[in-house]
Design a protein. Structure first.
Length: 169
């Protein structure tokens, strides 16, 4: 009796493991496709950015013949490459918030520290999304990655008193 009950429990667990393994494979495949898609989109957007294509908010396009409704074109949110004289206000809101948080920090900080400051829960998915934004800001020259996972301003603003260096008398 006891042996039969143990065998049934083992068979039940094996069945559940097989079902979960199948579901895991399906989800891994979906995840893999999403990663490839994200990387492809990032490459295309980088090429567009490097080509100097204007990027901005969605714009009205001319309607197709025979239609009186305007067509909305979807614009891409782009992070421009940093250059001298470029202000943080050219960045999309969340990127601007990230740069401002890092500018206020006294030392390099991690994605998990930034996520709550930009209104995201400190869960893995949101932290990884934030890390992706940080990496993009590093790639575009706004931030530097001091050590793996520690981010700081790439071009810190002068400290008070450094704006104008007067010679001592």
């Amino acid at each position: 009796m006891e042996e039969a009950a143990a065998r049934l429990r083992v068979e039940d667990l094996e069945s559940r493991i097989a079902e979960l393994t199948g579901r895991l494979e399906v989800e891994r495949e979906a995840w893999s496709r999403l990663l490839v898609t994200r990387e492809t989109v990032a490459e295309v957007l980088a090429e567009i950015s490097e080509a100097g294509a204007p990027v901005g908010p969605p714009q009205e396009a001319t309607a197709p013949e025979g239609s009186s409704e305007p067509v909305r074109m979807v614009g891409a949110i782009m992070v421009p490459r940093w250059r001298e004289g470029l202000w943080v206000d050219v960045l999309p809101d969340v990127y601007r918030d990230i740069v401002e948080i890092i500018a206020d920090a006294t030392k390099p900080i991690q994605a998990k520290q930034i996520a709550p400051w930009i209104g995201l829960p400190a869960v893995t998915a949101k932290i990884e999304g934030t890390r992706g934004k940080l990496k993009r800001l590093v790639e575009r020259g706004w931030l530097s990655e001091e050590r793996p996972g520690l981010f700081a301003l790439a071009h810190p603003a002068p400290k008070p008193g450094e704006w104008l260096q007067l010679p001592e008398r």
